[in-house]
Design a protein. Structure first.
Length: 268
């Protein structure tokens, strides 16, 4: 059984409060894009995880796909062991949510394959235990998100008439480091309202709190943003805490875009 977990981008991101539990409250808009990994589950088998494509760092037992299986196993003792293979294509540490998507898709795949009868709401609860971004990939549609990113409100945002350019310069931004350089504050206008304005107005309306500290440490990201605007983007931003940069262009108006040959560029 094969599924194709997709990435997300953040359209605006504000850190609004540091919580007593050490996490931060935020507001953002998650938007799904069709840059995908490939995830295969084979049954029956012994519980294993293998990978190909982009190397996944860390210990195998810490992989979110295995953690998703163990999370369900706690409540469904009869859940069979499975072989999991992940072909990684979404850049890692880029603010695109690839690992979160893989975990959420495993939850859904196991729920469907073994008829666990979990509702979307229950799957969101499980996903939120795995990571702040994981819950989004259960509904997997444009959402205004608050809390740690797990409180989701679907919004009527359709960007099918626009094209996207994702530029990943191969820089890994540590999320904890980035949060440590933010002074939380509530914005004057909520993203819930700003995001419904015309896309052409987002340049002056919608911002990402992480850009200032991350751009200071990695000025090449600011240069990429400037280049996206120079090529005709109506809106450009860093996704999440970075380092992927996103440009939104009029449909079929992307031509002649070139970046540093060391960068990965995806046109969607």
């Amino acid at each position: 059984m094969i599924v194709f977990p997709n990435c997300k981008i953040n359209l605006g991101l504000h850190v609004t409060r540091k919580r007593p539990d050490g996490f931060h409250d935020l507001e953002t808009v998650f938007y799904p894009l069709p840059l995908t990994d490939a995830l295969e589950v084979i049954t029956p088998g012994t519980l294993t995880f293998t990978g190909s494509g982009i190397p996944v760092p860390g210990n195998t037992e810490d992989n979110l796909c295995l953690k998703a299986w163990h999370l369900l196993k706690q409540d469904f003792p009869l859940l069979p062991e499975v072989n999991i293979h992940l072909h990684k294509h979404i850049p890692i540490g880029a603010g695109l949510g690839g690992g979160s998507a893989d975990a959420a898709f495993i939850l859904q795949l196991l729920n469907n394959r073994f008829e666990l009868s979990l509702t979307e709401e229950q799957l969101i609860t499980y996903a939120a235990k795995l990571g702040s971004d994981c819950a989004f990939f259960i509904p997997n549609k444009p959402c205004y998100a608050t809390g740690r990113g797990e409180i989701l409100e679907p919004i009527p945002l359709n960007l099918d008439n626009w094209s996207f350019v994702l530029v990943y310069p191969g820089i890994h931004v540590n999320t904890g480091w980035a949060f440590g350089r933010i002074t939380p504050k509530v914005p004057a206008q909520s993203l819930r309202d700003s995001i419904l304005a015309p896309v052409e107005s987002w340049k002056t309306l919608i911002s990402n709190d992480f850009e200032a500290p991350v751009f200071s440490a990695h000025p090449e990201l600011a240069q990429i943003k400037d280049e996206l605007y120079a090529y005709g983007a109506v809106y450009a931003t860093m996704s999440g805490s970075g380092s992927a940069m996103v440009g939104i262009f009029p449909k079929n108006k992307i031509a002649g875009i070139t970046f540093n040959t060391g960068y990965k560029v995806f046109i969607l």
